[in-house]
Write a protein of this length. Structure first.
Length: 133
């Protein structure tokens, strides 16, 4: 049975956003169905994200929020930290790309307007002008 992104997040004890970032970056593979929902093979998910033990949700939430030296899941936290660093690097690259585009547009020569622009005539002006001429 394959996981949806939400089910995969619960099975690995991480957020759904982390799952979708991992899918988009290629860290784990999955497919989108006709409705656009992700389907992920459990073996593929747990290759990267270890499964959460069958314990009460309060227990693993407390473990995930504890300092790294108090948990045995430092590898998971380090991977999540690395993914956040990569997302930050991607955001910085995107920001720099938009900055370069803005610089090029601000340096571009201004579009010259004609010396004597033709006056814009409204509907009634054109109507009465045609009737006279």
């Amino acid at each position: 049975m394959k996981y949806t992104a939400g089910q995969a997040a619960k099975a690995a004890g991480i957020s759904k956003a982390t799952i979708t970032r991992a899918l988009k970056s290629g860290k784990i593979s999955g497919t989108k169905d006709d409705s656009g929902a992700w389907t992920i093979d459990p073996a593929e998910l747990h290759r990267v994200f270890p499964p959460v033990a069958d314990e009460a949700p309060e227990t693993w939430i407390m473990k995930r929020s504890a300092p790294p030296e108090e948990t045995s899941e430092t590898g998971v936290l380090e991977r999540e930290n690395q993914m956040l660093r990569e997302a930050l690097a991607e955001a910085r690259q995107e920001r720099d790309r938009w900055h370069q585009i803005a610089e090029r547009l601000s340096i571009a020569p201004p579009v010259s307007a004609p010396d004597h622009p033709k006056p814009i005539m409204g509907f009634w002006s054109r109507f009465f002008r045609k009737g006279r001429g």
